[in-house]
Design a protein around this ligand. Sequence first.
Ligand SMILES: C[S@@+](CC[C@H](N)C(=O)[O-])C[C@H]1O[C@@H](n2cnc3c(N)ncnc32)[C@H](O)[C@@H]1O
Length: 552
Amino acid sequence: MNTLYYGDNLDILRKKIKDETVDLCYIDPPFNSKRDYNQIYNNVGTEDPAQAQAFTDTWVWDSIAVAGFQEILDNAYGRFTHQAVDLLKTLHAVLGEGSLLAYLTSLTLRLTEIQRVLKPTGCLYLHCDPTASHYLKLILDAIFCAQGGDYLNEIIWKRTNARSTERRWPRVHDVIFYYSKSSKFNFLPLKVAADKAKLPHTLITVGSIKYQTYDLTGAGVTQDGESGQTWKGFNPSTFGRHWANSEAQREEWDAKGLIHWAKAGTAGGFPRRRDENPFIPEERQVTMADVWTDVDRINQSAKERLGYPTQKPLALLERIIMASSGDGDVVLDAYCGCGTTIDAAQRLKRKWIGMDITYQSTAVVLRRLEKTYGKAFAEKVVQSGIPKDMKSAIALAHKKDDRLRKEFEKWAVLTYTNNRAIINEKKGADAGIDARAYFMTGKTDNAKIIFQVKSGGVKRGDIATLRGDMAREKAALAVLITLEDPSAPMLREAKSAGQYRHETMGREYDQISIVTVQEIVEQGKRLDIPMSLEVLAEVQRAIESKQSDLPF
Ligand SMILES: C[S@@+](CC[C@H](N)C(=O)[O-])C[C@H]1O[C@@H](n2cnc3c(N)ncnc32)[C@H](O)[C@@H]1O
């Protein structure tokens, strides 16, 4: 069943995906290669907030990284190969605790699960770039090769053209590692049209028709037998070679006119065998090798462009899926972004599983599927962790499990803020606040919005409480998200809180606003205050690190 999961892929893989159920996995985990390499390696310097994008691809050595690293070293459940444990220990010694180690720790945890869920016939494609590919290859070796799998290829995808003027060769390629889970993996070599501009130099023209020709000799001189003898005045040993076929065979070809005799005195005038059939450049195909230069990246004018910063071309994913899976096979993308793998898998009649940690990404995937395959198709996609109508929002809100009730609040706030809010995990004095977000009030200043989510029993007193929370939190704005409709006195009470003047935006906002879940799910109502990229990055990091308990 095609399923789109919203949440951290580590949790989803562990809780939802059974052993040996996936035929092909492609992943393209975030890594900010635009950052200075020495900075990544040496853990120095500050992040450039301008590089924050729709998701946070910065890695920090935080409590999540520490916990992940310890889990690998403890290896309490025996999940990790001893090679992976030793490798991480060594990388810790070499790299120290910083963003690069956080990234490699995170990938070790997840690649271990991916190896587990692959069928013995399955394989993995890991898309990265040369910034960290050398480390990732070590990790893949330690996980896959240590358990009977194999390293098959390092595919070079030339994704862009040379343009940099920095003091190095322009960086134009990505790296895609291809690993199998065992020697039973499936692979279908692909043929592609040969470059017509590059006609082989072995062509000859007879009349106006071109034919391919082939060498009749092999390397090395033979002293004995006919392969070293002169044939019709030609002896290959004069240039260090011997006849590759028997004399009888050559005679047979010659009788059929399939030996090309160069005109006497012309250069390279040694006989060659020629094809029976004419050479037609349009029909010429070559086997696809491991350097891919024929797939364009998504440029500004690309038809398939969705505006998702790291969107990969469909042609790239179609190639991978065609070569390494068959009809009806299960394709997994555990970092699905805007859903290129999902779209390609669907086009090629595979089943698919997508996962992404940002609600924003899953929303783009659904919009993409709806646009390409229609509303009815998109509605049939199983969404795990994503309420998409009032019924599922209410079901999520009323689940008896406290962990899931909190998830309703997270979903409501994250959805309303397009993933910009920081969930308040604290209990105690500020327990009434479910989340905070920050918006720019000038070039260097920001202000706070607080959020409270109510899944039932809303009353006028909630607004008074929110006013108190605003004062305590020094917040400029407050939003009450409610599952039930607010009463008229509640709305009056909220209005009476007055207005906030946003100078940069040049407009007024209600200091306290009430938003219903119905408005969020049915009318797509969203917070419309722009936020700073820096704050966005911080918020996003908090979201990514706190989505461990999802409503499955
Ligand atoms: C480079 S993008 C993938 C782009 C994708 N190949 C495409 O063509 O759209 C990486 C994605 O991984 C997601 N991501 C990062 N960490 C994740 C995690 N722990 N679990 C699930 N998704 C994650 C990000 O939200 C982002 O959408």
